[in-house]
Design a protein around this ligand. Structure first.
Ligand SMILES: Nc1nc2c(ncn2[C@@H]2O[C@H](COP(=O)(O)OP(=O)(O)OP(=O)(O)O)[C@@H](O)[C@H]2O)c(=O)[nH]1
Length: 602
């Protein structure tokens, strides 16, 4: 068994694009875990989608052997963490599997919102941090300034902060040397009842669920019967091993070691991230801390364009759920769109990824309705009902109170943009909750904001107002009562359920007006006039008309936007326009997402 004192478990944490994957690749090279010629760029990002989007979705864990300059050989486990706020629970579990973390900061950018959020997570988890300035090969690098920011954050001497280039490999060895000195060896009792943390789990078509584990106490051996303490799942270990970076079976994993475990279990929900594994014989009685059921935050309807595809969509969702415990769905029937599913996601990015996988891997053509959050509605009868579909909103006369989820947002920005960001936050019903200077030029703003506003277009607007310089991180802070109303859209006099939305009363008029205008641009001319109305209850607040088709009108001109969220819309333009017959009216997919563009004109 491995010498526990020579094990080091660490993650790399960084803001998106600061070079985490590149540094991980260099570490594999420096330690000769992979030969340079075998090195595929960004080996750790295994899914195609990830590589294409350039973001890390799944945590991975690689064992590397490092001959340090102190003459000792260390067994390092590098645990890669997801880089997006949607997956923050997975990040927290990956960090819980480590004693230390490399904090990578782009020397040409500086500390960003996610750098801060991850740093706080790591500090809360008691991790030892090794800060690193990356990309010093760039002409625009400002290592002195950024070292100052890092030292503000961690209290380090700025001169001790390593300066490296993950691209050229410069300084990477020194990083590992500093790491083995600073980060403590894992504690853990080899004789205690066995416990291991599942920090990630994924479904493999051939092998079933692969659980990524960090052994805390005792040992786990092939053939042994195990139990997941929160889920109650019982199974036998078919294979246990580590990543080198290929899966390498071994006989046992002991305290402090990181690896994988295969049991034949076929559903990731049975071996969930955050759960504690123990052995059936000599079982531990106390689970490791920090288990949480992840809850979906954002919901939307997914409907097949061709209603014959409904069973295929169900199959595809069932398969995806095997691999994604955070994805939830239930059948939904819409008068406008027919049979489909109401799906719940961790956030907008998660939603985008799932939708894309359904279309790409399962070859489905889908209509997506606008994203919504989950409201809590207290009826006059005091009964409390969750509502995550605007069309399910109860009759207003029966409602005592509607509560909506709020977030605490942390925004990092150069100080010149503070004014415009405050304006944006106020427009999004935010309340100011604090402001600090991180350095002479960089400011951290804190706001309490309704999640519903963030879900729509907050992030895009933040980026465009600050030319990409501001960064955002947030966490859920609870529910608050709000004066919300349901806004209905009627086409040719018929309400279209899939276009309903829940908005704040003070904004209902403006939103109704802009939405009607947007829909007018999106809905192509038909053989007859199509009146578009926005209404609160029976009160019409806005009206537009799509005039009947005339011969000289050739095609619709679709507006163009370039942000990530609107790629959703972009994509439609490339292929044939997706249309759905709603009553007498042909409605394109874009119309159902028109609400995402509201912010442009508001
Ligand atoms: N010039 C230079 N570019 C670098 C360096 N390290 C990374 N990059 C580039 O920066 C970009 C982002 O690097 P990644 O390693 O993908 O960043 P990441 O932090 O893993 O990003 P996510 O996985 O999206 O969180 C890539 O284009 C890299 O080639 C460096 O030291 N110097």
């Amino acid at each position: 068994m491995a010498d526990q004192s020579k094990i080091r478990n660490f993650s790399i944490i960084a803001h998106i694009d600061h070079g985490k994957s590149t540094l991980a690749d260099r570490i594999l090279e420096v330690t000769k875990t992979v030969e340079q010629r075998d090195m595929k760029a960004q080996l750790l990002d295994s899914m195609d989608l990830e590589r294409e989007r350039g973001i890390t979705i799944k945590a991975q864990a690689v064992r590397v052997m490092f001959d340090a300059s102190d003459g000792e050989t260390y067994q390092l486990h590098l645990i890669d963490t997801p880089g997006h706020v949607d997956f923050s629970y997975e990040v927290s579990r990956s960090l819980a599997a480590c004693e230390g973390a490399l904090l990578v900061v782009d020397a040409s950018q500086g500390v960003e919102a996610q750098t801060l959020a991850n740093t706080y997570l790591a500090i809360d988890g008691g991790l030892e941090l090794v800060p690193v300035l990356n990309k010093i090969d760039l002409p625009g690098a400002e290592p002195e300034r950024v070292a100052g920011e890092v030292s503000e954050l961690l209290g380090e001497d700025p001169d001790d902060v390593l300066r490296i280039s993950a691209k050229t490999g410069m300084g990477v060895r020194e990083v590992l040397d500093q790491l083995v000195q600073k980060v403590p060896a894992p504690g853990g009792d080899p004789t205690a009842a066995p416990r291991a943390l599942i920090f990630d789990s994924e479904f493999d078509q051939y092998r079933g669920v692969i659980a990524y584990i960090r052994v805390v106490d005792g040992t786990f051996t092939k053939g042994e019967a195990i139990r997941a303490m929160a889920a109650g799942t019982e199974a036998e270990i078919d294979e246990i091993g580590f990543f080198n970076p290929a899966m390498t079976p071994t006989a046992t994993l002991g305290p402090g070691e990181v690896g994988y475990l295969i049991t034949g279990v076929k559903d990731v929900a049975m071996l969930r991230v955050g759960d504690t594994l123990t052995t059936k014989r000599g079982a531990a009685t106390e689970a490791l801390p920090g288990y949480q059921d992840v809850k979906p935050m954002v919901f939307c309807g997914l409907f097949p364009i061709d209603s014959d595809d409904y069973p295929d969509l169900r199959d595809a969702l069932e398969k995806l759920t095997l691999n994604d415990a955070a994805l939830s769905w239930e059948p939904e029937t819409s008068e406008a769109l027919g049979f489909g599913f109401r799906c719940g996601f961790l956030g907008l990015l998660h939603m985008d990824i799932v939708r894309e996988r359904l279309e790409r891997e399962y070859d489905l053509e889908l209509m997506t309705t606008m994203p919504s959050v989950e409201f809590e509605v207290e009826l006059s009868s005091r009964e409390i009902v969750p509502v995550h579909n605007p069309s399910d909103m109860p009759d207003p006369t029966k409602i005592r109170e509607i509560r909506e989820p709020y977030i605490k947002a942390s925004i990092l920005t150069p100080k010149e943009f503070v004014g415009t960001i405050m304006e944006l936050c106020q427009d999004k019903r935010g309340t100011h909750a604090g402001m600090q200077y991180l350095s002479a030029d960089r400011v951290q703003l804190e706001y309490d904001l309704p999640l519903a506003e963030i879900v729509l277009d907050f992030f895009d607007q933040l980026k465009s107002r600050t030319r990409g310089y501001a960064s955002l991180d947030y966490e859920l802070s609870g529910l608050r009562a709000s004066d919300l109303v349901k806004l209905d859209i009627l086409l040719s006099g018929d309400p279209v359920d899939a276009l309903s939305m829940v908005v704040h009363r003070t904004k209902a008029h403006d939103v109704g007006r802009v939405l009607a205008e947007k829909l007018k641009q999106k809905i192509p001319r038909q053989q007859f006039d199509v009146p578009i109305q926005a209404a609160i209850g029976s009160r019409v607040v806005a009206r537009e008309t799509v005039k009947a088709y005339r011969k000289d009108v050739v095609a619709k001109c679709y507006g163009g936007d370039i942000s990530r969220k609107r790629k959703l819309l972009e994509k439609q333009k490339k292929g044939k326009a997706r249309m759905k017959q709603v009553g007498r009216v042909e409605v394109p997919q874009e119309a159902f997402l028109a609400v995402l563009e509201l912010g442009d004109t508001r």
